[in-house]
Design a protein around this ligand. Sequence first.
Ligand code: VTB
Length: 344
Amino acid sequence: MKAGHELALEFLRVTEAAAIESAKTMGQGDRKHSDHVAVEAMRQVMDTVPMRGKIVIGEGERDEAPMLYIGEEVGGGEFNDEVRETFPEIDIAVDPLEGTNLCALGANNAIAVLAAAERGGLLNAPDIYMDKIVVGPSCRGAIDIDAPVKENLKNIARRLGRDIDDLTVICLDRPRHKQLISDVRATGARIRLISDGDLSAGISAAVAGTNIHALMGIGGAPEGVITAAALKCLNGEIQARLVFEAEKLGVDASKVPNKEKVMERMRSMGISDPNKVYDTNDLAPGKKIVFAATGVTDGALLRGVRFFGAGKRTHSLVMTTDSKNIRFVDTVHVEGGPDAVIRF
Ligand code: VTB
């Protein structure tokens, strides 16, 4: 049976392929197309991984997504059933192109990303919103999603040995965050408002040197699960709660799915308490977690795909809970003939 760290390099090939294909469409202004090519490439390479994989977070339900839909079985495509039986059972959460708009506009921080774990190791979160607070290792245990913003920032500042004004909070720039943004501003902390991509933003909050100290606010629940998988490898912390109420989202009730429908969907996914506060382990309970992300456009942590005559170059982050290795992987995909020049 392949250990997590062996599969990590297999998953690296998967996110690299998705990143390369979507990066080719950068700036074309067609987010759906960018997403589509990422999904296709991810699905194709995923099938070559020696595993009995199952998508638990993906592109949607079977009837709405032709590939990488929830419940789809992936992996081991080149092997017969007898050999396939010997492969490990893996649950996979994918976001083939996190930040479709970012890619379509050529803006920073679009990534191709996935998380994998043993069966049952990732929460099967519904595709709705999730309120999140994310911090790095030094601030683990110092946050409370129900505490006032000021208190959380005071505690984070104390743990980091600095003043609140020295903190930077990252947050999606959305009308629903009006109060949150004004609360953060009132403390004197600085804010980085982003147009999209709270997954890579959450990871930045857990990595020292990015000058991001916390992510706060409401983004996607699937992104929250993948963030949690990364945080387990990085020793960070996320606290989160599902959000489906129109008033919390700052939109008209007609803009959100009917509450009963959402409840029904949650129940079908095994969620009995819609107001539960999830921590890192609730979102990603797995013991053998693999996380892989490849930059599509340049970002805070990862460089975007670079194209040159003889090939392409990708920059990725690959981590597992198994090993204590956080790998930043710089891959040159050589396509030219024997005369291709590889640059340092
Ligand atoms: C969220 C966030 C993602 O899209 O899902 C967001 O988690 C969608 O939010 O990182 P809105 O409906 O408010 O636009 C991303 O930013 C990118 O996919």
